[in-house]
Design a protein around this ligand. Structure first.
Ligand SMILES: [Zn+2]
Length: 469
């Protein structure tokens, strides 16, 4: 049970017990004289509540007769008098002493009832409760005082202490969260202030006051606590600090560069590839082209060639399978977004914006594998997509006709194919030589029907990529 709920239950139980004690007003009865006007068999008595038959009967049942000839039985009232017969049929005293309840001074419409067992007059009390004003709007951390007023039904002050219990509830705007504010006192009586103090945050809160003796139900007022400024903002209205801008729904101040777009939630292949950092770990993507698969497919052909090369290769060429095979358009777009976003972030010059965008840059760098505006170097951040080249807008991976191998497989293969001792070469000459060596190696029996991404020039060679021609 949360603390505020526990508090609420205590308030309710105290309120219930107070109502039980104070719900009845009790006063002592009065004794009254009545005068008999009749003689003989029919006795007419001018009673002080003649129009109330039950008052006559009450009188008859409760009076103390100051007479040697008491009336015998009650006949009824004639609208003016209470009538009894006298069994002796003779002269009786003119005077009767009766015990009866007084007319209430407060709320006379609610009469007392005489209770012979306790010789008391009692009545249920009825009041009304009002809370003012209807609502208030305050800043976070501020307080506000409402007023609870209990009156009689004719708008006078109660003659007794009328208990009122008070509680506060968070409105729907807080999503059912516990109230972000406190109300005091939890119990008051008659006219008293109810103080609401907001503790944090924003939202609409409802203060409810309940009076068990009141004819109207629980009364409520609303207190609206304004939203405070988010982090990296201040002022009224809130303005973002230098270098920051509001996000779309104006709830946060963030980097002026938009965050990475989310992968489409319903694209299960893209989700699986993203989770597997390029590998379809949840098996949600289409199959590769038939020419790539099976014992005679090009994937197996490549693996066989590495195995064959390793019969001689020292050191061994490491290879335990492709790092990427099928890639769909959404995942390919995600990789390109990461690449472009990193460039956008690195271009920032304003120190305030650089600070504001540091969290986004960290996140994008972690996805890319490095904090640079170019391809990632040999060592990529663990758990990243490790983007070594600018992702193409169009890729053979989306057709299922390409696969990527680990960078260290390519390093090992080139090392193995390079004649010893390696001749000193310009970078271009070296690339041209590598293209020749790998093409020759692929064409040698058993030939693999593959092209090497190292042959690409636009935008750059993609050393880990192989595809069907
Ligand atoms: Zn590739």
């Amino acid at each position: 049970m949360t603390q505020w709920l526990a508090k609420l239950l205590i308030v309710l139980s105290i309120a219930v017990s107070c109502e039980a004690l104070a719900a009845v007003e009790s006063v002592p009865p009065e004794q009254k004289w009545a005068v008999s006007s009749g003689v003989g068999a029919l006795l007419n008595i001018s009673f002080y509540q003649p129009s109330k038959p039950e008052a006559c009967l009450f009188f008859f049942n409760n009076f103390v007769i100051n007479s040697p000839y008491p009336p015998h039985s009650y006949i009824g009232d004639d609208g003016t008098n209470c009538n009894w017969t006298n069994k002796f049929g003779g002269q009786i005293s003119n005077y009767l002493l009766a015990t009866a309840c007084p007319v209430p001074k407060v709320n006379p419409d609610v009469p007392y009832t005489y209770l012979p067992a306790t010789n008391t007059c009692e009545r249920e009390l009825i009041y009304k409760l009002k809370l003012t004003p209807d609502s208030a709007t305050i800043e976070p951390g501020q307080s506000y005082e409402f007023t609870a007023t209990v009156t009689t039904l004719d708008d006078k002050q109660p003659s007794i202490s009328v208990s009122v219990s008070v509680k506060v509830e968070a409105g729907a705007s807080n999503g059912g969260a516990p109230p972000q504010g406190e109300v005091s006192p939890a119990i008051g009586s008659n006219t008293f202030p109810i103080k609401f103090t907001s503790t944090q945050g924003s939202g609409i809160h409802t203060i409810t006051a309940t009076c068990g003796l009141c004819e109207n139900g629980p009364q409520t007022v609303k207190v609206i606590v304004k939203a405070g400024c988010p982090e990296h903002a201040s002022g009224s209205p809130c303005a973002c600090d230098e270098g920051y801008k509001f996000n779309k729904d104006k709830t946060q101040c963030v980097c002026p560069i938009d965050p990475l777009p989310d992968l489409p939630a319903d694209d299960l292949c893209a989700q699986s590839l993203n989770k597997g950092l390029g590998v379809d770990v949840d098996d949600k993507c289409p199959k590769l082209d038939d020419r790539m698969l099976g014992a005679n497919g090009q994937l197996q052909c490549f693996a066989n060639k590495i195995t064959a090369a390793n019969a001689m290769a020292r050191p061994q060429i490491p290879y335990s399978g492709p790092t990427a095979k099928y890639r769909n358009a959404a995942y390919q777009a995600h990789l390109l977004n990461i690449w472009k976003k990193m460039i956008e972030l690195i271009k920032l010059e304003d120190p305030a914006e650089i600070t504001a965008c540091a969290p986004l840059r960290n996140k994008v760098a972690a996805e890319k594998g490095c904090d640079t505006d170019d391809g990632c170097p040999a060592a990529c951040t663990a758990g990243s997509h490790c983007i070594r080249n600018k992702p193409a807008t169009y890729s053979n991976h989306t057709q299922g006709t390409a696969f990527d191998v680990p960078q260290n497989t390519i390093n090992g293969l080139i090392n193995e194919l390079t004649p010893l001792p390696p001749a000193p070469m310009s970078p271009l000459k070296k690339l041209q030589a590598q293209r020749f060596w790998i093409a020759s190696w692929l064409a040698k029996p058993t030939a693999c029907n593959l092209e090497w991404g190292g042959n690409f020039n636009d935008p750059k060679p993609d050393f880990v990529h192989f595809q069907l021609p």
